[in-house]
Design a protein around this ligand. Structure first.
Ligand code: MRU
Length: 387
């Protein structure tokens, strides 16, 4: 088994680990066009807010590096880039990282156009600006995640006076690890850092119905890293806190974000909100780990977030590898199995919104944001330019 790398990239070539085949198969798909990237994102072969943005940005980088844009006039080149990016933006609507990345890319090519307009090599300058900006999104994400891990672990250590003799346990939801990012992860990045620093007693992860990112992906990452961990179903969290919070020293629920808006309301995988309610009831800290690329200061409250709804088969069917009579897994045979009457009506929102009142801290790569005396989050320290 190779390393846990969701995205493999070198200029002109992009490969994406097919997360629908995990944990049974480690298979990379080559992405050559924006259409292939759109399909890969929409079908959730790649998912997780930062990873979606990176794959979209790099898919068009691959097109550019391989000469797919034949326009020569700078205006036409910019129009071409815009239309490819706008098309990719429609792949998944809730995570803001994709729109934020697209804005960054559009600004980068316009800056190159203005600088180079009078020169015959304007065409190359625009393409190079795009490639550099797209590749920077990939590199910056890894840096961001390492910083989020450090800030989040430090904040928790401070809250609980954690140390080698007083380790803490945490619960996480969905998958926010290497598979959802360019590496290390956000919420799972904090858990990794706690573990590396000798501060983690135990990590619990939820199954994360209906798409099972927790059982398929997070438990795979935790086992892969040798982190002491236990898988529970989503409906077991309250019982876990009730029965084991004190014995296991469960100090925090740590989750990622698809979009944090101006007042701190946070959209994340469906089931996050109920965990925040349960955490509040049991006096467990609720921590959101989000790079500033997941923050949307233009939207005032969670009511303004568009929540993606997905197809009913995600609830009524499940896929898995066939288990042989001796207990081994037959990797050559994966099957979709019906687990509900296929005629039942289904409601399948992919995300929910956790109100800021239930959130104790939002950990970004630039530091941890907590609420002021007025009960409001203040992002001015981490995003002064957009606050
Ligand atoms: O539907 P998904 O799997 O893309 O949802 C992912 C999440 O909700 C993650 O928590 C979020 O994107 C943060 S990933 C670092």
């Amino acid at each position: 088994m190779g390393s846990l790398q969701a995205i493999r990239y070198s200029r002109g070539k992009l490969e994406v680990l097919d997360q629908l085949r995990l944990p049974h198969e480690h298979h990379y798909d080559e992405i050559r066009t924006a259409e292939e990237a759109f399909d890969c994102i929409k079908s959730m072969r790649v998912r997780g807010a930062p990873a979606i943005a990176i794959v979209a940005a790099l898919a068009h980088a691959v097109e550019i590096a391989n000469g797919a844009c034949t326009a020569t006039d700078p205006e036409e080149i910019i129009a071409h880039i815009d239309s490819r990016l706008d098309y990719l933006k429609g792949s998944r609507p809730t995570a803001v990282d994709l729109s934020n990345a697209i804005n960054v890319l559009k600004v980068a090519v316009r800056a190159a156009q203005i600088e180079e307009l009078a020169h015959p090599e304007a065409r190359e300058a625009i393409f190079n600006a795009y490639l550099r900006a797209a590749e920077n999104i990939l590199e910056k994400d890894l840096e961001n995640n390492t910083s989020i891990g450090a800030h989040g672990a430090a904040w928790l250590q401070q809250q609980y006076a954690a140390g080698p003799d007083r380790k803490i346990s945490v619960l996480t939801h969905c998958n926010t690890g290497s598979l959802a990012t360019s590496g290390h992860g956000t919420a799972l990045g904090i858990i990794r850092t706690l573990f590396q620093d000798g501060l983690l007693e135990h990590a619990y992860c939820t199954e994360t119905r209906p798409y099972n990112q927790g059982s398929r992906l997070t438990s795979f990452e935790l086992v892969f890293e040798g982190i002491p961990s236990t898988l529970i179903t989503d409906s077991m969290a309250a019982a876990l806190f009730n029965l084991h919070r004190e014995r296991m020293n469960i100090g925090a629920v740590i989750v990622g974000a698809d979009r944090v808006v101006r007042n701190g309301d946070t959209a994340n995988k469906i089931g996050t909100y109920q965990l925040a309610v349960i955490a509040k009831h049991h006096g467990v800290k609720f921590v959101v780990a989000a790079p500033t690329t997941s923050i949307d200061l233009e939207t005032e409250t969670g009511a303004g977030i568009h929540i993606e709804e997905r197809k009913k088969e995600e609830l009524t069917q499940i896929s898995g590898a066939v288990v042989n009579p001796d207990g081994s897994i037959d990797l050559s045979r994966t099957e979709r199995v019906a687990i509900a009457d296929q005629r039942i009506d289904v409601w399948n929102p992919a995300f929910d919104v956790t109100p800021h009142e239930l959130i104790d801290a939002i950990v970004t790569e630039k530091g941890t944001v907590v609420k002021g005396a007025n009960g409001q989050f203040d992002f001015s320290k981490v995003m002064p330019e957009r606050w």
